[in-house]
Design a protein around this ligand. Sequence first.
Ligand code: FES
Ligand SMILES: [Fe+2]
Length: 375
Amino acid sequence: MSGVLTMETFVRPSVGSGATTLDAAWYTSPQVFAAEQERIFACRWLCAGRAESLARAGDFFTVELGGENLIIARDAANAIHAFYNVCRHRGTRLCERPAGRFLGSIQCPYHGWTYGLDGELKVARNMAEVAAFDRAEYPLKEAAVGLWEGFIFINHDRGANFERDFAPLIGRFERWNLGALRTARTISYDLACNWKLIFLNYSECYHCPLVHPQLDKLSPSDSGRNDLSEGPFLGGYSELREADTSLTMTGRTRRAPVGEVDGADLQRVYYYTIFPSLLLSLHPDYAMVHYLKPVAPGRTEVLCAWLFDPTTIARPDFDPSDAVDFWDLTNRQDWHVNELTQLGLSSRAYSPGPYSNAEGLLGAFDRYYRSVMGA
Ligand code: FES
Ligand SMILES: [Fe+2]
């Protein structure tokens, strides 16, 4: 399937689906959360971060994903690896640092077994004396890696096929040149709600007039059009009320558009959910991403990042705060209602309620989620 967008691709939200919200257990039950780890987070592509963090050979960062600690590192041949942070000798965690640069090798702090940047075991002290020991049999174990638009995805299922799984997205957002954008700011949030509520909240603007007056002023809540409306990737665009505006505290921007963005896209903001770990928001002059990490049925860590064109960042007057402050305010408004929803879901009074016509993507998210969970 081609990933290229055309005007015909976009449709108004579907009407009269009759879909309702899910039972509370899907958001509150430890058993469901444990099942999600197996059926989703152990075998889906999870976003680990950006390739821009690994500029040179040996650069690495560590990340906790799908219940595993991983070392994401660039080797001397420029390839990116996702090593399990586990020594092949006695299982010790190899690296405790959040980020840094390995000087040519990765050494275990316990007995000094030393691995190349490609994961191969290079040095295992005194092990030559051990009968039948073969260094070649003990490389670092790796998760599968997929690269897309500067994002690094990992999959604990080594047999997963990134190109096939991401086919609807590959080439789709070329005009934003996302691979070249650089992260200028990040803010992390700790939310008292289930990860799926964040996906659902992101997928509708029915709440915008009440929850986000500052957003509603710049972008009409009923201007949404979807081009991905079933499956693991969902979303579309909303319109900006005026040309030459963006989602910033003033509604204005002095930044040039990113990539090749022009025409109708100068007056749109695109929003996509990338199941199960990433939200992608494309503005005329910047991109914003939310990296999600579920930590408990009622708790999710979210890292929000703002990305800009490197030439924009290099300008002496570059200041991302107008975009960051706008979305930090909007994020916190969203987190608040998500947490209120989590509270209500835990009540005996909760029962599934009907989605509005402006919540078509939520029914689609639930359908896809339930199919993945075998429900
Ligand atoms: S556990 Fe790593 S070298 Fe012994
Ligand atoms: Fe919102």
